[in-house]
Design a protein around this ligand. Structure first.
Ligand SMILES: [Zn+2]
Length: 284
């Protein structure tokens, strides 16, 4: 049985409409054809050459990714242009590439929410709703926005909470395969009590003030720079930096669940990439 790439897009856009994506973003089907027959789908955060090779070996006709591959203006398809290699290889193998990025980040299967569920937060709420949309969203009884906030079932000291969280991330099934947590960083006073936690997947540094404003004791995100960490500490909030990849990777399982239980995609084989991983080497 096969479906079209367009149908897969419609299933995803039912919960993450393309119109939600930021102006600077590039989402939707970026390579391939909407009418291409799809029998196997590979889910990934990044479209690397390794992932494209994995898709070919798996027999996938479509990659469903979080990060766009055509993002900074791609000015040519030269075989000696590093940025053109992935689109060229996809065309060569006739594999389509679909991206749900900032639209997915604001959806019910955002990686912030997926991570919040892994960490067992309760009373989860959207951290930052789009201001101009607030009334419309209330009217439609819909939730949309970046990040989540939630509470620990039992408040505890930061050190104990962080150890517990790392344990949660090591549980089987959280990721498609175990990842090294050696690059995870924590800034804060280990004795401080944590009740409320904010999570922003990917690069969430710009949400530090928002997290402080709602009274979070700990913000979990990725890509935290020196000055952002200091700003958070000045405000009395701890920061956990999982790295961009690990903060977003729990969403891959959420996407897998979502696609494999959709009634229109029954009979389609779906897998989460095993070659997609953080680019950093924590231990040499
Ligand atoms: Zn990201």
């Amino acid at each position: 049985m096969a479906v079209t790439a367009e149908l897969v897009a419609q299933v995803i856009e039912k919960i993450a409409p393309k119109s939600w994506a930021e102006d600077w973003d590039n989402v939707g089907l970026l390579v391939g054809s909407g009418t291409a027959p799809i029998e196997r789908i590979l889910i990934t955060l990044d479209g690397t050459l390794e992932v494209v090779e994995e898709a070919k070996a798996y027999g996938a006709q479509l990659i469903v990714a979080h990060h766009p591959i055509i993002f900074r203006p791609l000015k040519n398809l030269r075989v000696d242009n590093a940025a053109a290699q992935v689109p060229l290889r996809l065309l060569q193998y006739q594999i389509g590439y679909y991206t749900a990025h900032t639209n997915l980040d604001q959806s019910i299967i955002s990686s912030s929410r997926a991570l919040g569920e892994v960490l067992g937060l309760t009373e989860m709420k959207i951290l930052a709703e789009p201001a101009d949309d607030h009334i419309t969203l209330l009217q439609r009884d819909e939730q949309r926005g970046y990040g989540v906030s939630g509470y620990l079932p039992k408040p505890d000291k930061l050190g104990a909470v962080w150890k517990h969280f790392l344990g949660c991330l090591s549980r089987p099934g959280v990721f498609a395969q175990p990842y090294d947590l050696a690059g995870v960083r924590l800034a804060g006073s280990l004795e401080n009590v944590v009740r409320k936690v904010a999570i922003v997947n990917g690069s969430g540094a710009r949400f530090v003030q928002k997290a402080l404003f709602i009274g979070a004791d700990l913000l979990i995100t990725g890509d935290v720079d020196h000055h952002t960490a200091l700003d958070a500490l000045e405000g009395g909030m701890a920061v956990g930096d999982l790295g961009h990849f690990l903060s977003e990777a729990p969403m891959l399982q959420a996407m897998f669940q979502y696609l494999s239980t959709d009634k229109f995609l029954q009979g389609i084989e779906i897998r989460v990439s095993l070659t997609n991983r953080p680019p950093w080497l924590w231990q040499i």
